[in-house]
Each structure stands twice: as structure tokens, then as C-alpha cells.
Ligand binder design. Structure first.
Ligand code: TTP
Length: 644
């Protein structure tokens, strides 16, 4: 359910940055010979050439779309390069893409609060950076403005042919603009520089929207792709929303949007303006009614949450058509494999980021033969999560059994499973150091939701709940101290200085100078020099915002196997990453007078993993002292996920 939040009083600058055809770019960086060629990434399964999950812009010119299968794509674009997603455990292995996304996040996070919203998109709150720039080096005093900034699309700005860049320059320079627009102008400069930094350091292009809230920034980032940015001045909000079909607005793609169309005859977000707040509240309740009233005016107070790490971990697999699983044994086999992967990922999150997931959830899609109740869906089930692969497997199988019982009800008929996914959510930071043991022993880490729980899977102490019961708890924040150090060192190591503190004109200029060797500062030029086809895609492939505004679901994705898909089902917000962090345990010299031999190993086994590890370390200190942080750059948080 959307939540109505008033806009804060102070003007904000929010950016939404979205990578362009992300998996394709990752594959093209891995194999540069693919650059400039029509390319798509396909699911590994070979039926009709596999399902396309990412399509490069060169291929889009031929009409290739994500909903197609490889064979069809080949028919309309015979030269298309179809790259298979890496496979592990018989399913897509997205680590390559997750890690690539993390590289980008580590750069974007250097300029303000950063919320990683999915594998390839982030929100940035650039208010402070923009305010600082405005007070020290406002755009109106800049003599030289980077070409990438001048290429910005400013909604509502009258542009004709070659005058565009000149008009954008004037808009940026306006001394009579209101404070909000001046901040947005600063935001446009900062974002252009961040995008260029991303390009030069990772070789990936991205597109961005810059506005005064998340909702508008997200709409704008999709309006001009690839490798472009769009600014939404407040004066253009009304026009933007007037023509935006309700279904394209985030949160309105489903039942609420349909109800607006059918019950109120509303087709565009702007159409909502004709209804009073009271009327909307009458129809949809106070919260949703207020939210609708707000969004029709472009009001959205959602804050950018400081989150560089995923809110949950998930993995899944689909079994289309004849591949449907029809026996308990085959389901168990797949549940075990998914749990194996999930266990590895949450363990890695624990080791590297000191974070614990508390809830395990299983989702499935199923059908019944000769179904008398076709409306009944396989219910999602969740329970407290205990660490250790076998424990997770055991719990997940029980969740499945419980779901199947509910799904079949009293009917004794054949069934099939067409998709399975499991997720670990409600992730929180681990308490620091050995005090976690004390807290655990004092019951401060609630054992009912802890890593071990009471050991046995009793229905009373380990209740199965439907997913509706699982509340999204919002973000988990990275260890602040570690993060600040990382940010500080990241800032210190910036090749491109984008602080705008001293010698402002030169700084802008210096960036141009520093990037000269790859073409005069424009991201598109970067590609022109190495790849001519990228140039033309600029015009050919502009998409309307409408394409993207509701693109957070993965409808045709056979096995996106990550959280967009799972979170959709659980009702969580988007977000999935795997990132390295750092595990820096302090042992406060406790010995507790315990001899390891005196501890019953089975008791030890039942303790949470991190406590087991602490105890192990008292008795068997690691050979290499682990008291310093692993690397000082934020990039170290996102080094590749360790493989089993
Ligand atoms: P998107 O950001 O939706 O799309 P994109 O980056 O490929 O292209 P665009 O330039 O239009 O933004 O998705 C990011 C990646 O997520 C995409 O490259 C592949 C993956 N993905 C799936 O695996 N399945 C899906 O259904 C979708 C939508 C994306």
C-alpha cells in the first residue's frame, strides 16, 4: 500500500540513476568485441533460444524486445549476439551483474545519501551537495559548463534544433530562478559528473532523472535513454503528470490503478486533479486517498534511505510448461538447491557486513489438474530463519509442505509447480563485538527470530505465517563508522574532483581536461570514438517515460532469481545486491574460563553462527590478525562475492 508522506519543507535535489541495458553492458565489458553489435542476454534455457532478459540499444533498433525468445530475436535481427546468463546450480548466477552494480554504487554513493533500489538503479539525495555548490560556486558564475550537462533535457524548456544546448546553458545560468530550480541546476551538474565518473571507471553508461523528489526523479530517468539525463523543474510537473497514464505510475500498475480507471474514470495521473482529497479518501481510505491527491500534484515525501546493501536476499527458479515439478521429491531437490545458494549469500552477508536475516519466506506458483478453484493461489509462507544450509533446507521444505496443504485444501488431485523462490528478509545489523554473546545469553537477541532459535522446529515456537504477515522493515544501514571511513577515502582517491569548493571554474574545467583523452566530455562522444552505432542509438532509442515508469516487475523473466521478483510478491520494495563488507570483530579479551573441550559441540552448533565464530576465535585465533579493516575504499565493500 502506498504511504502518503508530506514533502519536507526544505527544497531537495533527488536523482534516480538507472544503468542502460545493464546485463548487456556487463557482458560487453567482459567481451569488448561485442561493443557496437546488436546484443541481448538470454536465460540459459534453450527452449526457442531462451528468453531475452536484457536487450542492447543496437538490437532495439531492429525491434528486438525483452519479451521475445532468442529464436524470434534472430529472425528479426539475424546478427544479434545472444549471450547466455552465467549458470550455477542449474540456474542463473547473477553475481557478475550484482558485483558490477556494486561498482557503480560505490561511485555514486560519494556525493550524498544513496539508496540502492535494485541491481542497477539507485536514488541519490544530493541536496547537501547542491546547496554547497550553490553557496560556493553557483552555476550562474560558471563560465565553462561541461558538455554532458548541456545535453541535459530540461522538461518544459523550449528547445529547437541546435539551440538546445544554448537554452540549457541559459537555464542553468538564470540568476532570477527560484531556489528550487537553482538547486536542480546544481544537481544536473553533479549528476552529469557522477555519470561521467561511472563511465570512465566502470565503462558503463547510465541515465538519470533529477527532480525534487524520488517519484519525479524516477519518472524522468526513463524519459531519455541511453546515457542521458532529464531534469524536472517544478513548473513542468503539472504537464508531465497530465499525460502520464495512471498505470505507468509506480504503485498504480495493479488493482489500485485499475480501480481508478474503472471506478473513477481516471486515465492519466493528471485526471486525478478533478477529485477533492475528501472524495479520494472516501473511495480509498485516508492514507491512500491522501497519497493519490499528493501524487497528482507531484508531491511525494519519500526519503532517500541510506542503503547500499540489499534489504533482503532471494533466489528463484521457474519451471515453465512441461518442466513443471509434479512430485514432492523434485520440489525438494530444487528447494534444497535454492536454499544452498541462499545460505551461501546470507552467510557471506553475515561475514562481510555483519548483518543477520531473520525471516525465511517461500513463494511458489502452482496449478492443479482439473482445478475447481482456479482463483486459489499457492500461499507464500514464512518462518524465522535459522542459519546453516541444512536448517534452511529443512525449514523451506516445511514451508512448502504447509503451502501445498493450503493450496490443495481437501482436494486430492494432481498438481504442478511452475515457479519456486525463497527469500531471506528482515535483515538487521549484528551487535558489535563480544557483547553479542552476552546479549544473546541474556536473551537480548530474541531467540525466536535468531539464527538458531530453540533448535527444533516446533509449530508453536516456529510458526508458519503467510507472507502477508511479513512486514517490510525498511532498510538496513551499513555500519556508519566503516562507511564514513570508506567514503572519506573514496573522496580522497577521486580522480575527478567534484567538490566545487575552491577554484570553481577550474574545477569544472579540470574535469574536462582530465577527460579529454576520451572525447570532449560527452558520454555519447566516448562511444562515438570507439563505437559508431552507439551514436545513432541516441536518437533511435529514446523511450518515453511511460516505458519505464512501472518497470520494476519482471513479468517475462523466467528466472530473474532476485529480489525485484521476490519483493514484488512479498510486498517489499525493490532492492537487491550482494556486496562485500567487512567483518571486524573485537574480542574484548574475554576468556570466560571456559575450556573448549568442556563445551558440548551440539550446544555450540545451536548458537548463532557469529557467536560460534567468536567462541572459536577465542580458542583458535585466526592466523592473520583481523583487527584492521579490509581495505579503506568503499569499493572494498563491493568486491566480488566469494564463491563456495
Ligand atoms: P532494467 O533496468 O529494467 O532494464 P535494462 O537495464 O536492461 O534496460 P534499460 O536501459 O531499458 O533500463 O533491468 C536491469 C537488468 O535486470 C536487466 O539488464 C536485466 C535484468 N532483468 C531481468 O533479468 N528480467 C527482467 O524482467 C527485467 C525487467 C530485468
Amino acid at each position: 500500500m502506498p504511504i502518503a508522506r508530506p514533502e519536507p519543507q526544505n527544497a531537495r535535489v533527488i536523482a534516480h540513476v538507472d544503468m542502460d541495458c545493464f546485463y548487456v553492458q556487463v557482458e560487453q565489458r567482459k567481451n569488448p568485441e561485442l561493443r557496437g553489435l546488436p546484443t541481448a542476454v538470454v536465460q540459459y534455457n534453450s527452449w526457442k533460444g531462451g528468453g531475452l532478459i536484457a536487450v542492447g540499444y543496437e538490437a532495439r533498433k531492429f525491434g528486438v524486445k525483452r519479451s521475445m525468445r532468442g529464436d524470434e530475436a534472430k529472425r528479426i535481427c539475424p546478427n544479434i549476439q545472444l549471450i547466455q546468463v552465467p549458470v550455477a546450480r542449474g540456474k542463473a548466477d547473477l553475481n557478475l551483474y550484482r558485483n558490477a552494480g556494486s561498482e557503480v554504487v560505490s561511485i555514486l554513493a560519494t556525493k550524498g545519501r544513496c539508496e540502492r533500489a535494485s541491481i542497477d538503479e539507485v536514488y541519490l539525495d544530493l541536496t547537501d551537495a547542491a546547496e554547497m555548490m550553490l553557496s560556493e560556486t553557483p552555476p550562474e558564475v560558471l563560465e565553462e559548463i561541461d558538455e554532458e550537462v548541456l545535453k541535459s533535457h530540461v522538461l518544459g524548456l523550449h528547445v529547437e534544433g541546435n539551440e538546445r544546448e544554448e537554452n540549457v546553458r541559459e537555464w542553468l545560468h538564470r540568476s532570477d530562478a527560484d531556489h528550487q530550480d537553482k538547486l536542480l541546476a546544481c544537481g544536473a551538474i553533479i549528476v552529469a559528473q557522477l555519470r561521467m565518473k561511472v563511465l570512465y571507471e566502470t565503462k558503463f553508461t547510465c541515465s538519470a532523472g533529477i527532480a525534487h523528489n524520488k517519484m519525479l526523479a524516477k519518472l524522468a530517468s526513463a524519459m531519455h535513454k541511453p546515457a542521458q539525463q532529464t531534469v524536472v523543474p517544478s513548473s513542468s510537473v503539472k504537464d508531465l503528470l497530465a499525460s502520464l497514464p495512471v498505470k505507468k505510475m509506480k504503485q498504480l500498475g495493479g488493482k489500485l490503478g485499475s480501480s481508478l480507471q474503472i471506478d473513477l474514470g481516471v486515465n492519466t495521473v493528471g485526471d486525478l486533479l478533478q477529485f477533492s482529497q475528501e472524495k479520494l479518501q472516501e473511495h480509498y481510505g485516508v492514507n491512500t486517498g491522501t497519497w493519490l491527491w499528493n501524487i497528482s500534484r507531484g508531491i511525494s515525501g519519500d526519503a532517500v534511505v541510506d542503503r547500499l546493501l540489499p534489504k533482503s536476499h532471494g533466489c528463484g527458479k521457474t519451471f515453465p510448461g512441461p518442466q513443471a515439478l509434479k512430485t514432492i521429491a523434485s520440489v525438494e531437490n530444487w528447494v534444497n538447491q535454492l536454499c544452498d545458494e541462499l545460505s551461501e549469500r546470507i552467510q557471506s552477508d553475515l561475514d562481510q557486513n555483519r548483518r543477520i536475516a531473520h525471516t525465511l519466506t517461500l513463494h511458489a506458483r502452482a496449478f492443479k489438474e482439473n482445478d475447481m478453484e482456479p482463483h486459489r493461489k499457492f500461499p507464500s509462507k514464512s518462518c524465522p530463519l535459522r542459519y546453516g544450509t541444512s536448517k534452511i533446507q529443512e525449514a523451506a521444505v516445511k514451508l512448502f509442505d504447509s503451502g501445498l496443504r493450503d493450496f490443495l485444501g481437501s482436494q486430492h488431485i494432481g498438481w504442478g509447480i511452475t515457479s519456486l523462490s525463497i527469500a531471506a528478509s528482515k535483515i538487521s545489523d549484528l551487535p558489535q563485538g563480544t557483547c553479542s554473546i552476552l546479549k544473546f545469553l541474556q536473551g537480548k537477541i530474541p531467540s525466536s527470530t535468531s539464527l538458531s532459535g530453540a533448535g527444533e522446529f516446533h509449530k508453536e515456537s516456529f510458526p508458519l505465517s503467510s507472507t502477508d504477515d511479513v512486514q517490510s522493515k525498511g532498510c538496513t544501514v551499513m555500519d556508519q563508522e566503516v562507511k564514513q571511513k570508506a567514503l572519506a577515502s573514496e573522496a580522497a582517491s577521486n580522480d575527478i574532483d567534484i567538490k566545487f569548493q575552491a577554484k570553481p571554474l577550474k574545477r569544472i574545467g579540470s574535469m574536462v581536461v582530465k577527460t579529454k583523452d576520451v572525447g570532449k566530455s560527452s558520454i555519447l562522444k566516448f562511444f562515438q570514438s570507439s563505437n559508431s552505432s552507439f551514436h545513432t542509438m541516441n536518437q533511435a532509442c529514446e523511450r518515453s517515460s511511460l516505458d519505464q515508469a512501472s518497470s520494476s516487475s519482471f513479468p517475462e523473466c523466467e528466472e530473474h532469481s532476485d529480489l525485484e521478483q521476490i519483493d514484488e510478491q512479498v510486498g517489499f520494495s525493490e532492492g537487491h545486491i550482494d556486496s562485500d563488507g567487512h567483518h571486524n570483530q573485537t574480542r574484548n579479551g574475554y576468556t570466560w574460563g571456559i575450556n573448549m573441550e568442556n563445551i558440548d559441540p551440539s550446544v555450540l552448533d545451536e548458537l548463532p553462527m557469529e557467536i560460534q565464530r567468536e567462541i572459536q576465535e577465542w580458542f583458535h585465533p585466526p592466523k592473520r590478525a583481523n583487527t584492521t579493516r579490509r581495505g579503506s575504499s568503499i569499493v572494498h565493500y563491493f568486491s566480488p562475492v566469494k564463491k563456495g
